[in-house]
Write a protein that binds this ligand. Structure first.
Ligand SMILES: *Cc1c(COP(=O)(O)O)cnc(C)c1O
Length: 368
């Protein structure tokens, strides 16, 4: 089957017969949105099987999926996902950020999980279709957005261990306020020395649910120690920084350098990470992508050579890290004010995403 045939799949739109009223929707959007708590009235569903390829593209009421209890996803975890936002600009138009990067990453994740590749154009069209019907759910408050969650699951009913021959691709959407409850206040991070989120040769570079499942126990440990996220080290030596459970990490040096762990094969290649690297280079900041030992962080923060640390990802954008905690370890100040570099990078990125400055990179794609 050609990619062109896939991309031109016609969507059948079946409007929900229980969509919330405009008043109800506006009441939800005006309240505390949190993250991933409310969902819009519709979702996208596209089916794939080995014989027909991608087919049966629908926009339909948001609601439960009917899955055979033997569906492969429920047993062997064949699942991948994406995270991308729709932003409302001041003139009411709705945009998204670098969707082709997410489309390509979904394809790489699919390849690693032995799942079918969704054509880039079909990925973009799936977002457009959902926004066409649920655009009223894109909030307009500052720093708010509609978080889009495309995902793919193996649906074939078969318990043999091999790549499934049937899959479903879906997009759901959730209006989002600021990601962290405390807003832009610095967060404390828990250093996990006992657990890794991904193995050498494993699925760390793929955006799959299994990586998150592996991160939840150490995440629980983080909460128990007053931290909101976990920092994972490399799975081989347990010495080098990798990333947080769902965000990449950057160190800012007092001398102006911006340092982030090089992609190792077990680090997820964040679109936010890549965009920050580009913006920093354009601003003339010396940028280093390399291995970073955890001792460099600890010593650098203690000596003052490292002036700021932050995490980044689509959901939380850029989040300052105040303190790194671990067993017999506490470096940094949990109440430190947000550093100027962290703030400037966050501002530069969100200015582009919310259309407050010209998009000189061609990163923004209009959805409506
Ligand atoms: C999604 C994700 C990120 C951030 O990627 P963005 O494209 O910037 O949102 C970082 N790490 C992990 C493990 C992720 O799943």
């Amino acid at each position: 089957m050609s990619l062109a045939a896939d991309a031109s799949l016609a969507f059948r739109v079946i409007p929900s017969d229980h969509a919330r009223s405009e008043a109800e929707r506006d009441r939800i959007l005006a309240g505390e949105l949190g993250f991933g708590r409310y969902f819009t009235d519709h979702m996208v569903a596209i089916q794939w099987d080995a014989e027909r390829g991608w087919h049966d593209a629908q926009v339909r009421a948001y609601g439960p999926l009917a899955l055979d209890p033997a569906a492969a996803v429920l047993h062997y975890g064949q699942e991948i996902f994406e995270g991308i936002k729709a932003y409302r600009h001041a003139d009411g138009s709705i945009w998204t950020f670098r969707p082709e990067a997410n489309a390509r990453r979904l394809q790489r994740s699919a390849a690693r999980l032995a799942m079918p590749q969704l054509p880039e154009a079909l990925f973009l069209e799936s977002l457009r279709q959902l926004i066409a019907i649920d655009h009223g759910w894109v909030p307009s408050a500052p720093e708010s957005s509609l978080y889009l969650r495309p995902f793919m699951i193996a649906t074939e009913a078969f318990l043999g261990v091999r790549p499934a021959r049937a899959a479903g691709y879906y997009v759901i959407a959730s209006p989002a306020g600021a990601y962290f409850a405390k807003g832009l206040a610095p967060v404390s991070i828990w250093l996990s020395r006992e657990y890794a989120r991904a193995a050498k040769g494993g699925t760390g570079a793929a955006k799959c649910g299994g990586n998150y499942a592996a991160s939840l126990l150490p995440q629980q440990e983080a909460y128990a120690n007053g931290c909101s996220q976990v920092l994972f080290l490399d799975p081989v030596e347990g010495r080098y920084l990798e990333e947080l459970g769902g965000m990449n990490v950057f160190l800012v040096y007092r001398d102006g350098r911006l340092v982030t762990p090089a992609l190792s094969g077990s680090i997820l290649e964040g679109v936010t990470r890549d965009s920050i690297l580009q913006l920093a280079r354009e601003r003339g900041m010396p940028v280093e992508e390399r291995r970073v030992a955890i001792d460099e962080w600890i010593e650098g923060v203690s000596s003052g050579a490292i002036s700021e640390v932050f995490a980044c990802g689509t959901a939380a954008v850029v989040t300052p890290i105040g303190q790194l905690k671990g067993k017999d370890l506490a470096v940094g100040d949990p109440d430190a004010p947000i550093g100027p570099v962290t703030l400037a990078i966050r501002q530069a990125l969100t200015d582009i995403q919310y259309g407050r400055v010209a998009d000189t990179h061609g990163w923004m794609v209009r959805l409506r």
